[in-house]
Design a binder for this molecule. Structure first.
Ligand SMILES: C[S@@+](CC[C@H](N)C(=O)[O-])C[C@H]1O[C@@H](n2cnc3c(N)ncnc32)[C@H](O)[C@@H]1O
Length: 593
């Protein structure tokens, strides 16, 4: 919810921590533990390879209560594991008037793991229930539309599809999954994880008004490979609803999940999004709680994690701003094939007596040395004297100098020329040099991506993107953008456009960076007139790790004074950026003020 009339507080706390003014602890962020029930022949490695993460019963009960509509409902779990969902469905059927013995006829569970099916039978029997349990690869199971159907049309399909990433979801398993999805009209890429085709194949078992209720990884909303799934959901179903959690629900899987429920024949215009703190809160949900959402026709749905008020506010801010590529297109840095060989320090240069005409100055690999908003010639000199790798080998043929020949021969001895990128260029020892950019863009970020003025004349490697500014915009933008991009509207834009990697790193490809919302040229000019004399002060704060003070001040000047947002809206934008960041990194933001 947007706050109204509350006293200003530091903007970077998680919303739940506001009342106590303490920061969220990681341990607090982690939600309930999924149950792991290893039999003697099972192990965590084996379970991981089958994508076997078991669902907390509150979630299974919640989904079964929605999906099972009457005492005669046929319900299937396509990857049932130890049948937490079938047990929930059985209880639901009983509540609606079915006899416990009816469940053997109404319920179907499929799994490729025999011991899980045995455990299912015992679990269900312990409550007087039964089910038709099928040992099969779900992708081998014919759909009810096929002549060799074994399970019949279903009123509901419920479950938690296996989550095996594409690196492990390979060979015939992946081929069968992709073929099953394709026969439902969904073309998935080779980068697909196993849950995606399971979801699509499941829908092929539903009666026309049937209900699908699944636990999905939250990356359903964000990753590129799930784009066909997002499109399909809107086309295939008449109604799609999502439940988003603020807390992690599957500790062992370390993945955020969303609950997806869908029914009827599509298409649908929008979604309903219900946001809860954790699984325990599901039982308290009210029918009127969900908020409508109209996700972008293409692209990611990352911002669905935010409340609709936040989304509306963010849309308003972003539509008043410019895209980064209005200033210049983000470009890839140079790829050498072996940075350890091709990037050279001053000592190495001297040792081999390599003339500087065979070298290009570069901003050294990595971004750790870039603390402020600019990288000057003096900064480069300082790194050169500190023996950092400030040179890129770029010899002018023919090779004559002895030292240079020796350096390259040593590279050959160490098989540098056999690395793929080296082997495909001629000569292998002359890597490409990226054009010297006006701005560097740090695209792998823990906190947020940064722009850095390049006043050094140095080129860059692929640890950053480069931006060459359009001629008319160069003067102001080169100096001003790096500081003025440190605002909460830009930061929340990065969170929704980029993609979270392992360890919570936010990565932005050039195409994603291109659409990053940044201050529009007139906003930039006005705000820069106010802040430019204070640049050294801001830089000191950034170098002193007080970035949040800088963001607060830039928010006040840019978002409030120049763009006209009220204080409460500015705080809400700060909250939204902090919420997305904490959700991504699962880390407290300790700040000491
Ligand atoms: C995420 S677990 C879910 C288990 C259970 N539904 C629950 O939520 O507790 C996924 C299950 O899918 C099974 N599985 C994996 N790939 C499968 C496939 N291709 N066909 C059928 N079952 C599969 C695994 O053995 C595992 O029991």
């Amino acid at each position: 919810m947007l706050r109204t009339g509350s006293a200003p507080i530091p903007p970077f706390q998680d919303r739940r921590s506001r009342s106590s003014r303490t920061f969220v602890r990681v341990s607090d962020w982690l939600g309930s533990f999924a149950l792991m029930r290893a039999g003697p022949l099972d192990s965590s490695e084996l379970r991981k390879s089958r994508g076997a993460f078991f669902t907390p019963p509150e979630i299974a009960d919640f989904l079964a209560a929605w999906a099972v509509r009457g005492p005669d409902s046929a319900v299937m779990d396509p990857t049932c594991g130890e049948s937490v969902f079938l047990a929930s469905a059985a209880r639901q059927l009983k509540k609606m008037g079915a006899q416990p013995t009816d469940t053997a006829r109404l319920l179907t569970g499929v799994d490729l793991h025999r011991p899980s099916l045995d455990a299912s039978r015992d679990l269900l029997a312990s409550e007087g229930f039964g089910a038709h349990l099928v040992k099969s690869d779900f992708f081998d199971l014919p759909t009810p539309a096929q002549i060799d159907d074994r399970v019949g049309w279903q009123d509901a399909v419920i479950g938690n599809p296996p989550f095996v990433r594409y690196q492990e979801f390979k060979g015939s398993a992946r081929a069968k999954g992709l073929a099953a999805a394709l026969s439902q009209g969904v073309r998935l890429s080779q980068l697909t994880s196993s849950w995606a085709p399971t979801l699509v194949h499941s829908a092929a078992f539903l009666k026309p008004q049937g209900r699908l209720a699944m636990v999905c990884p939250a990356e359903l909303l964000t990753v590129g490979y799930a784009e066909p799934i997002r499109t399909w959901l809107q086309q295939r179903f008449a109604a799609v609803k999502l439940v988003m959690f603020e807390r992690l629900q599957f500790h062992d899987a370390e993945e955020q999940v969303v609950l997806l429920v869908a029914e009827g024949q599509g298409p649908c215009d929008g979604f309903l999004v219900h946001r809860v703190h954790d699984a325990a809160e599901l039982a308290q949900g009210h029918i009127l709680d969900p908020m409508p959402a109209t996700p972008a026709a293409g692209g990611k749905w990352s911002d669905l994690a935010l409340s609709s008020e936040h989304r509306t506010l963010i849309k308003r801010a972003h539509s008043a701003m410019a895209r980064l590529d209005e200033y210049g297109t983000p470009e890839l840095g140079g790829v050498t094939g072996n940075n350890a060989f091709f990037t050279i320090s001053e000592l190495t240069r001297r040792k081999y007596k390599i003339d500087s005409k065979h070298l290009k100055p570069i901003c050294p690999p990595g971004t750790r040395h870039l603390k402020g908003t600019a990288f000057s010639r003096a900064d480069w000199e300082e790194l050169r004297l500190a023996n950092e790798r400030v040179w890129l080998l770029h010899p002018e043929p023919p090779l004559r100098a002895e030292g240079l020949k020796r350096y390259i021969a040593e590279g050959e001895k160490n098989k540098v020329h056999e690395a793929y990128k080296c082997s495909i260029r001629n000569p292998w020892w002359k890597p490409p040099v990226a054009p010297v950019p006006d701005l560097y863009f740090t695209y792998m970020s823990h906190r947020y991506p940064r722009l850095i003025t390049n006043a050094s004349g140095a080129s860059l490697l692929n640890s950053m993107h480069g931006i060459r500014l359009k001629p008319g915009l160069k003067r102001d933008a080169r100096a001003a953008l790096p500081l003025l991009a440190l605002n909460s509207a830009t930061m929340v834009g990065a969170e929704t456009l980029g993609r979270a990697y392992g360890g919570g790193i936010l990565k932005m490809e050039p195409s994603e960076a291109a659409s990053l919302p940044v201050p529009a040229p007139d906003q930039l000019r006005k705000a820069w007139a106010v802040v430019q004399d204070r640049q050294a002060e801001f830089d000191d704060k950034l170098r002193g790790k007080e970035w949040w003070r800088v963001v607060s001040e830039i928010d006040r000047i840019l978002l409030k004074d120049v763009m006209g947002f009220g204080s409460e809206d500015v705080e809400a934008l700060q909250d939204a950026a902090a919420f997305m960041r904490v959700r991504r990194t699962r880390k407290t933001e300790e700040r000491g003020d």
